[in-house]
Every structure is written in C-alpha cells, then in structure tokens.
Design a protein. Structure first.
Length: 186
C-alpha cells in the first residue's frame, strides 16, 4: 500500500522543465487524453486507485505550474495550459487548450465517488476538441470508454490494448498512470 501512495505523490516524468525537451504539445495532449481514458477505466475496475489519483491530480486546484509531488497528468495539463512558459523546450500548438473547469469537475466526481455518465461523455468529447484529437482510433477509444459498462469484454480488451499501444508510441512519454494501468488490466 505504501508503494502505491509513493507512486501517486511524485510525478515520474514531468518533474521539471528539463524533462520537456523534444516534446510537442500535440503528443502531451494525446498522452493527457489517454491518461483520462485510463482513469475512467480504472474508475470501474480499481475505484480506490482512481479516487486517489483524481485527488492527487487536483490537489492544487489549478493546472498552472509543474510540481514534483503530484501526478504526471496534472503536470501535463499544466504544460498544455501554459504552453508559452515552456515554448523554449516544447513545440507549442496555440490551437490546443485545456478545459480546466470540466476536468476539475470530473476529478472531483471521481474523488467523491459520484458519476454522471452524460457529463463524463461530454467531457471526453470536449477533450477531443480542445486537444485537437482527430484520429479515428482515439475517437473509438473515447466512444468505448464513455460506455464502458455496456462494452462487451472483447471490446474492452481491444480498447485496453489500444490505449497501451498508443501511449507507448508517444516519444518518451510514459505517465505514472500508464505504468499502473498496464500492470492492472486484463
């Protein structure tokens, strides 16, 4: 149990500006999107982990600065939300934005054990727009994850494999939740 808490307390890859070298806003947005998809799946399969991860992600309320003692998702959202601050280290994309209030609502719902499937699906579609996700594969993941309880087991297995494959394709981006997700899914 203590191992789990330590993993949540410290970001793995985004500990400071030097870890941003050669990354793009597009890749960080894709990774953030996939992390939220993983979190939603874990919300169904490992509620305690999902709750603790959500709490840690919004512990500072705003996605403004990189912090060592938070989740990689929080730090990725902070980077996307403040691309100008990191322009010397990442390739920025002014068309990518973060729907901060909707993400905070979603994280609070997970942390408090609440679920509103319609609001969650709306957030997932908003993330697609704000993060400029255009891949049909990512859209399919969003659709399946949005209706996770209704998805057939074979579809769930395919989506889980696809998420792991796509996160591994992103250059040098292996967020904390992805490591846990890969170890704890079918």
């Amino acid at each position: 149990m203590l191992e789990f808490i330590e993993e949540l307390k410290e970001a793995r890859i985004y500990k400071g500006e030097s870890t941003l070298e050669n990354k793009t806003a597009e890749d960080i947005a894709k990774a953030s999107f996939l992390c939220i998809m993983m979190l939603e799946i874990l919300r169904h399969s490992d509620k305690e982990y999902a709750r603790d991860y959500a709490k840690s992600t919004i512990a500072y309320e705003n996605f403004e600065v990189l912090r060592m003692n938070t989740t990689d998702l929080q730090n990725m959202l902070a980077i996307l939300n403040n691309q100008d601050k990191h322009a010397k280290r990442i390739k920025t994309d002014p068309n990518i934005a973060v729907p901060v209030l909707q993400i905070k609502r979603y994280m609070r719902d997970i942390a408090n054990g609440n679920k509103d499937p319609n609001l969650d699906r709306q957030l997932f579609m908003t993330l697609e727009r704000f993060f400029k996700i255009s891949s049909g594969d990512y859209k399919n993941i969003r659709r399946e994850v949005g209706d996770w309880k209704l998805a057939h087991k074979s579809d769930r297995t395919t989506v889980t494999k696809n998420i792991n494959t796509f996160i591994n394709r992103l250059q040098n981006i292996q967020p904390d939740i992805a490591v846990y997700f890969a170890k704890h899914q079918d």
